[in-house]
Design a binder for this molecule. Structure first.
Ligand code: HEM
Length: 183
């Protein structure tokens, strides 16, 4: 997995906890943590970090990965500002991830293997998303979808239809615009 994902996960851990907690996780997972954005690292390192974080927090792995994905999203998006503009809402943005953003990521990082998505419009503003990847990181996708909803100020309700933890995971994603914040 590209270092940029590890960088965004580190940023999420620091947001949610602290630099010290990130260092503790690296120690517990026996990793040095020098992730450069363009570097390529073993997926097992991500799993070791998740395992250490689960031991520390008591969360279940899928729940923890979802939380990290949600909080990693703004950092990941912030690293590619030119890719993120151009969509007005969560559903339109998610289609762009598959059609434009991940393909552009592949131009920048030819050795990357981002997941593939299929989309189907269902009634009542529900988008059915089929995630496909041998990495079986549907929980990360779920968290990133929630993070995208935060960015577009939408309430996003996700129903896992099937296959969480498998190479194919199906989600129904309902997005509803929230009133502008009065703050
Ligand atoms: C600003 C938007 C985004 C950028 C720049 C981005 C970029 C990337 C990059 C660089 C990777 C690493 C691929 C590799 O190392 O092989 C990746 C993986 C991934 N992306 Fe995105 N991504 C974005 C948004 C999203 C969103 C919204 C989702 C969820 C629908 C998503 C789902 C995933 C997942 C689950 C992976 C892990 C690899 C896998 O499951 O196969 N990404 N992305």
């Amino acid at each position: 997995m590209k270092g940029v994902i590890f960088n965004a996960v580190e940023d999420a851990v620091v947001d949610l906890y602290s630099e010290d907690v990130w260092d503790d996780l690296l120690d517990a997972a026996n990793l040095d943590g020098h992730y450069t954005s363009l570097g390529e690292y073993d997926d097992a390192e991500l799993l070791s970090l998740v395992t250490a974080a689960c031991e520390m927090t008591g969360h279940q792995p899928d729940e923890l990965v979802k939380i990290l994905g949600r909080h990693a999203f703004p950092h990941l998006a912030g690293r590619y500002p030119e890719l993120v503009d151009g969509a007005d809402d969560t559903h339109a943005f998610l289609r762009r991830v598959n059609d434009i953003i991940h393909p552009e990521v592949l131009k920048l990082h030819p050795d990357a293997k981002p997941p593939e998505f299929e989309f189907e419009d269902l009634p009542h503003n529900v988008l059915r998303i089929t995630y496909k990847s041998e990495r079986r990181l549907g929980a990360l996708a779920e968290g990133l979808i929630l993070g995208a909803g935060d960015r577009f100020n939408e309430d996003v309700q996700i129903t896992v239809v099937s296959g969480m933890g498998d190479a194919i995971t199906v989600f129904d994603v309902k997005a509803t615009k929230l009133a502008p914040s009065s703050v």
